[in-house]
Design a protein around this ligand. Structure first.
Ligand SMILES: Nc1ncnc2c1ncn2[C@@H]1O[C@H](COP(=O)(O)OP(=O)(O)OP(=O)(O)O)[C@@H](O)[C@H]1O
Ligand SMILES: [Mg+2]
Length: 313
């Protein structure tokens, strides 16, 4: 199965730049690589010079890119739910059930569930095609929520299954003939539980998956990053490294920038002290915001230090 790496962190810290730079490095090293954006505000098109689209698209030798589109995934997800339910609900009721499903499209959580379903699909079904899955995630808590979902949804599906089992045993008792009743819903739930368990196993195995936390050397991102590490670990997820991006380089040429660099220093130290047992990578603030894959070369080089860990973990 492919190894997966999730780049997470607060808004604007450099997740997209780092995930893309690292994916380019993986492809250059000969790994069949898929770069996945789960951030609804996609911006990979700018770096690659063309839009990747909602299914994996070859962008460079050895590198495919996909931008999971919440609308597209929600549509696909609800169609799948409808297809499962179609043989189970009878004529009159089906119109009501399907209308409710159409409304569910806008309910809180539906989009997240759909994105998650797509993520599980990538984790479990593309293993033969790729060696590396690199995820560029949406800012902040979104990543934690997304990665913790197999645990939460597993418990939810388990609850549904228990209720279903109760209904079936009541039903058998009413019929009084002890016949085993075929239950397609139960089967669907069991399949889903199996996939969630497999996804969770993959996500919580440090040899297969890790989160790379990207932060800037400033007060709030530094403090939040240490907390995010704890939160991810409390869900059994492995945090592989911290990337401290946009550090002002040693040779800045004005007093004003030198002062700013001094302000960064305690937060670099704070971040490094929060990850004493993990890879810590500093990346310089570049003179220009990287606007293309070529501009990402310095980031790619710095992130190359992740490779030995990622290759042999
Ligand atoms: N090391 C760097 N030096 C200079 N500019 C950088 C560096 N890293 C990223 N940037 C710039 O900072 C901005 C934010 O970077 P990026 O889009 O990678 O962050 P993000 O964490 O993905 O943001 P969002 O949370 O909005 O998705 C971009 O303009 C990017 O080009
Ligand atoms: Mg981004």
């Amino acid at each position: 199965m492919a190894k997966s790496l999730f780049f997470g962190g607060k808004g604007g810290v450099g997740k997209t730049s780092c995930a893309t730079a690292y994916a380019l490095g993986c492809a250059a090293a000969g790994w069949r690589t898929l770069l996945v954006s789960t951030d609804p505000a996609h911006n990979l098109a700018d770096l690659f010079g063309r839009a990747p689209g909602p299914t994996p698209t070859r962008m460079q030798a050895g590198l495919d890119v996909v931008e999971l589109d919440p609308d597209h995934e929600t549509q696909r997800y609800l169609e799948q739910v409808k297809a499962t339910l179609r043989p189970l609900v009878s004529g009159e009721r089906s119109a009501t059930v399907f209308r409710q499903l159409d409304l569910a499209r806008h309910a809180p959580g539906t989009e997240e569930a759909a994105l998650f379903d797509a993520l599980v699909g990538l984790l479990l079904d593309t293993g033969e095609k790729y060696d590396r899955l690199i995820f560029d995630t949406a800012p902040g808590g979104h990543t934690v929520r997304l990665l913790a979902l197999p645990e939460i949804m597993g418990a939810w599906v388990e609850g549904l299954m228990q209720r279903r089992r109760k209904v079936r045993s009541d039903y058998k008792a009413w019929l009084g003939d002890g016949e085993v009743v075929d239950d397609p819903i139960q089967e669907t739930l069991m399949r889903r539980r199996g996939r969630l368990a497999a996804a969770r196993e993959h996500l919580t195995c440090p040899a297969h998956s890790a989160v790379i936390l990207v932060a800037n050397p400033e007060r709030l991102p530094a403090l939040e990053t240490a907390r995010t590490r704890e939160l991810l670990e409390s869900h059994g997820l492995h945090v592989g490294a911290v990337v401290i991006n946009k550090c002002l380089p040693a040779e800045v040429d004005s007093q004003w920038l030198a002062n700013w660099r001094e302000e960064q220093r305690p937060w670099i130290e704070h971040l490094e002290a929060s990850f004493p047992d993990r890879e810590r990578i500093r990346i310089d603030h570049q003179p220009h915001a990287p606007a293309s894959c070529n501009d990402l070369a310095p980031l790619q080089e710095a992130l190359g230090r992740l490779a030995p860990w990622h290759d042999h973990a």
